[in-house]
Design a protein around this ligand. Structure first.
Ligand SMILES: [Zn+2]
Length: 241
């Protein structure tokens, strides 16, 4: 029998693997589920840009979204990541539609999306959902503060190690797509320095670095190279507090 054109979407509608949604009680999950729409997260998709009122909040099932600060002179720095532990546009949890952050899909996946107005109606109606999403938004702001400090204070080698571990924790994969341009943004260093840092980690057997891709070869060695920010952010994101 011919499969309907959108069969993949229909099949995926049955599954929620976002941990923030799954932390809700069944009545609360049923309430918000009725307003969720499934969406793919292709690599490079911009979910929001600064200066615009955003319309949708996404709860990733899989994949990684980068939270990025852009300056007026065209520079940018990553200040956080969101995977299936959380939500994008986190300030919508407290009724805000604005944020200075750009949100871009850095690792392909899928998500459940909800419009701003339906989400606000649900939050007004259900204290459990309001508490869970507000708490997450607060933890995400702590995550962003920690990474902003890390970007200022820790070495490019420690930050690349941290980023790889954070992405791996969210994707369950030891492989991350990472062009030199993106790594240059991530680390705030010129492209030749990106190669030097990656080669250093490769030399000690922590990673394998090829064009556009990094594989974790030895997680223990990578953990030894990262800074304390990795553990601090992990505790915030995965609720080990
Ligand atoms: Zn750090």
């Amino acid at each position: 029998m011919a499969r309907p054109e959108n069969s993949a979407v229909i099949e995926n509608h049955n599954g929620i693997s976002n941990k923030l949604l799954l932390s809700l009680s069944k009545p609360a999950l049923d309430l918000i589920r009725s307003q969720l729409e499934y969406t793919e997260l292709p690599l490079g998709l911009t979910l929001r840009r600064p200066g615009r009122l955003y319309e949708r909040t996404y709860f990733p099932n899989a994949g990684v979204v980068s939270l990025i600060v852009n300056t007026q002179d065209g520079e940018s720095a990553e200040v956080g990541v969101v995977g299936n532990e959380g939500m994008t546009n986190a300030s919508s949890a407290v009724g805000l539609r604005q944020s200075p952050l750009t949100e871009i899909v850095q690792h392909v996946g899928s998500a459940w999306g909800i419009g701003f107005s339906p989400l606000q109606q649900i939050l007004d109606k259900n204290p459990e959902i309001q508490r869970a999403l507000s708490q997450y938004a607060m933890f995400q702001s702590m995550h962003i503060a920690q990474i902003a400090g890390c970007n200022r204070l820790h070495s490019a080698e420690a930050r690349l190690s941290r980023w790889l571990l954070m992405v791996s924790d969210r994707t369950g994969s030891n492989s991350a797509a990472a062009t030199q341009d993106f790594l240059s943004t991530l680390l705030g260093v010129a492209r030749p320095s990106v190669s030097r840092v990656a080669r250093g980690l490769q030399r000690i057997g922590a990673i394998r670095y090829a064009r556009g891709r990094i594989d974790i070869a030895n997680r223990k060695k990578l953990e030894a190279k990262t800074c304390e920010c990795y553990q601090i952010v992990s505790r915030l994101d995965f609720k080990e507090h």
